[in-house]
Design a protein around this ligand. Sequence first.
Ligand code: 4AD
Ligand code: MG
Length: 461
Amino acid sequence: MDKLIKEILSSSNAGVDVKVSGWVRTRRESKEFSFLEINDGSTLSGLQVIAPTTLPNYTDDVARITTGSSVTVEGKLVESPGKGQRYEVQATKISIHGLAPKDYPLQKKRHSFEFLREIAHLRPRTNSIGAVARVRSSLSNAVHSFFTQNGFVYVHTPIITTSDCEGAGSMFRVSTLDPDNPPRKEDGAVDYTKDFFGRQASLTVSGQLEGEAYALALSRIYTFGPTFRAENSNTARHLAEFWMIEPEMAFCRLMQNMDVAEEFVRYLAQYALEHNGEDLQFFNDRIDKSVIATLENIKAQPFERLSYSEAVKILKSNDSKFQYPVSWGADLQSEHERFLTEEVFSKPVIVYDYPKEIKAFYMRLNDDNETVGAMDLLVPRIGELIGGSEREERHEVLSSRMRQSGLNEEEYRWYLDLRRFGSTPHAGFGLGFERLLLLVTGMQNIREVIPFPRFPGNAQF
Ligand code: 4AD
Ligand code: MG
């Protein structure tokens, strides 16, 4: 394959012959030349091409090149006298693959992110969405390298499942029954025994339960895959389809779980600063002036840790600043979470030991009988980035918690088995990958950091 622009800029010297392909961002004409700005997505900065009017196909082809057209250019790489780039290409040959007519939606001007979302098939050709895609890919690598370095096994948990991990009932149903005419039982209810899986199935809200089975065999595992939630949350931080990273560790308690979460987030911040400098600088200049400082801050100092009860005390003494009231027993709202991490501590905060009533059935009951060993990691601008816990490893306690939560024990028999056969303390957490990308890119809306976002009322493309 021919070299990418990124490879040419990093490894070639002035004077060499090059061949570049990409999409034209702009073409300007002077008396003797056309100046083309070409971008191939490999790097933020494109390459400027000087196309002399003496090219044999100048009038027929080059003069017709429009914004959005795809081209291949051959020529010599030379030092650029102009500002803003080190090299440019003196073209000796230009061929056009596809022209883009005047109605190409990405003409050179600022477009709103709302508009770009409607052309999600073209938006990766913009600077910002292209940069998001590169950072997203780079941080996926970071996730795998962090866990591989620390002895974790990557496990692929199922997408289609019959368990509701978070017990929130916000699952998308998976069925092949005819919705207009489903088979029915005598009492009129839909007969799911006739469905594809012989019972009701859904898209997973979390790979954790299955992940626990593998952690209780391989000691340290992680998952990294798509996750689905049918909650009707029309916010800038929720998607109906998002990617989650879920490590699970046997022989691990809540405090060590926090250590891993903290080390992981610090590693990711460091990785982005080291590997994605050009794109981060762009985000810092154009999207959010605090992006790099936030990452440097994450890298530099330990996170704050405080119990839910301590957090509630702090929040109560600032009650007048909030829309939602604060009281012990109520879940923290995003305004409360952001107040803690942005105003009170100015760094990431881990809140732990939440009231059992507001957390999932699998979290380990504390000795006070009121709270569970849960932990949420909160970061500036976003709020909750990570949710995790120590898991209930005591068979009796777990099965009674399941009964209280109204779960069918028979269906979770396999999960209870893990507590019957060689149970151990274990813990883990889930990090929302798109929320991490909000943190690293400074983008305001989560719909900008996943290629084709799914949210209430939208599954286009
Ligand atoms: O806090 P959650 O619901 O925790 C779990 O699912 C656990 N089973 C994880 C575990 O312990 N293995 O979700 C974990 C994280 C959240 O902190 C958030 O970052 C992200 O997943 N998340 C979402 N991201 C985008 N859109 C949504 N609708 C999200 N719901 C959760
Ligand atoms: Mg949570």
